[in-house]
Design a protein around this ligand. Structure first.
Ligand SMILES: Cc1ncc(COP(=O)(O)O)c(C=O)c1O
Length: 449
């Protein structure tokens, strides 16, 4: 006969208090020891899969087995984004308040289809987006909500631009993130890439005719070199042509908590939409990407579709954020950002950003004065692009060697047709000693080439 007891009675293997304490201890221990682990996973494809059973267990297992296998089976296959010497892509941190808030968000398991299915979550999201807009110096009154990634937020902007303008061309620079090309392909929109100037910024003289263009994507902090496109001049051209201006500040947007970096946001107040990823440089666990728009009515018109089963008698100001983006079910992402903003405060966030930039400046200085090495792009924030003088092969080999050492993890880009190395600083626990060690490892491995 089918067992009809409540599922909690049949689940004796997990005790939230004791197992929860063990999981929290695991998390605290991990953050203390992660710097001693190899930053890049030292496994081959398939290694981890081969150590996992092919079937889920027939009978319940204790949670302690999950924690044990996390250590014994999975950990060797983890590339440690929380490592103080993770310098690849854009280094990022999940800070303690964000980690704890994720646990609480999963506990609430609130699903924000509609305002009434998640009033607190919906209203908190609006408030936290307004707080963040103020911290970054954005104009008052923009509508903001959270998407999973900048890829999704940017695609939402592309959809709104197409719906609003009735056009289907997307214009961006050759250094715009590939998310834009991927979005255009998925949406069946035409993509036109504009060349960049000597400092890897979109060349406005090459923007060309925009009368058939749905949107231009300008980037503040490109992925390859963190260059800053000339947003004011791009905004002029977009305004003249009735074209939507989307600004991608996924990485560098977080730096705007410090007034000294706001020069890079010049013109952003004229954008139709903007993305910033606190999951990159603002201490918030993946995933948390903020999408603001100065044209909420147009964004809503592009996405709102309310079938009968979702109709409610709630008032019009009972905002349903699912009407502003692709997803219907929305989790409580605002909780972790709220916790981070409160537990760091503006001063703590500024200190984090300034420390990363100061460390990058220090590293840049060492590279610039070392014979045989060169800095390859202006450094505006916490990313340094550099290479060994000579052909690409040496820098390429150097990257492989330093990453294989497990002591540091860096990534690469191509600038002006040349292979360059990228050291991106953004981890909460990175110290001067870590940067010194990175430089020692790079020079040691370069000598061995
Ligand atoms: C400038 C820029 N835009 C967009 C993205 C894509 O971000 P996401 O992973 O949130 O889609 C990145 C990722 O590094 C980026 O650097």
């Amino acid at each position: 006969m089918t067992d009809v007891r409540p599922s909690t009675e049949r689940r004796p293997t997990v005790d939230l208090r004791t197992d929860g304490r063990a999981a929290l201890d695991w998390a605290a221990d991990y953050l203390e020891r992660v710097g001693d682990l190899p930053v890049l996973a030292q496994v081959a494809p398939g290694d981890i899969r081969s150590r996992l059973p092919a079937h889920a267990p027939e009978e319940p297992e204790p949670f302690s087995s999950v924690l044990r296998d996390l250590d014994e089976v999975l950990l060797p296959g983890v590339t440690h984004w929380q490592h103080p010497r993770f310098f690849a892509y854009f280094a990022t941190s999940a800070s303690e308040p964000g980690i704890l808030a994720e646990l609480l968000a999963a506990t609430l398991n609130s699903v924000g289809f509609l305002w009434r299915t998640a009033p607190a979550s919906t209203e908190l999201e609006g408030v936290v987006l307004n707080w963040t807009a103020k911290l970054l110096g954005l104009p008052d009154g923009w509508h903001g909500h959270i998407e999973d990634t900048a890829s999704t937020g940017t695609m939402a902007a592309m959809i709104a631009a197409r719906t609003t303008t009735g056009r289907d061309e997307v214009v961006c620079s050759e250094h715009t993130h590939s998310a834009v090309e991927k979005g255009a392909r998925m949406l069946g929109m035409r993509l036109r890439k504009v060349s960049t100037d000597a400092e890897f910024r979109l060349d406005v003289n090459e923007l060309g005719e925009l009368s058939d263009t749905a949107l231009v994507v300008a980037t503040v902090g490109t992925t390859a070199s963190a260059s800053v496109d000339p947003v004011p001049a791009i905004a002029d051209a977009c305004e003249a042509a009735g074209t939507w201006l989307h600004v991608d500040a996924a990485y560098a947007g977080s730096a705007m908590v410090c007034p000294e970096f706001r020069w890079a946001f010049a013109g952003v107040q004229r954008a139709d939409s903007l993305v910033v990823n606190p999951h990159k440089w603002l201490l918030t666990p993946m995933d948390c990407s903020l999408l603001w728009t100065s044209r909420p009515a147009e964004l809503r018109a592009a996405f709102s579709l309310v079938p009968e089963f979702l109709r409610t008698p709630d008032a019009e100001d009972a905002l349903s954020l699912s009407e502003y983006g692709p997803a219907l079910g929305r989790r409580v992402r605002a909780l972790k950002l709220w916790a981070v903003l409160r537990c760091y405060g503006r001063s703590g966030l500024q200190e984090h950003i300034r420390r990363g930039v100061a460390l990058a400046e220090m590293f840049e200085g060492w590279v610039a004065t070392e014979p045989g090495w060169e800095v390859c792009a202006p450094r505006h924030f916490s990313l340094v692009c550099f290479r060994l003088e000579g052909d690409d092969r040496r820098s390429r080999e150097l990257l492989e060697r330093v990453n294989a050492s497990g002591e540091i993890f860096i990534s690469h880009a191509v600038l002006d047709g040349r292979y360059v190395l990228r050291l991106a600083i953004g981890q909460m626990s990175t110290t001067e000693a870590d940067i010194q060690l990175a430089w020692d490892v790079l020079r040691r491995e370069a000598r061995g080439l």
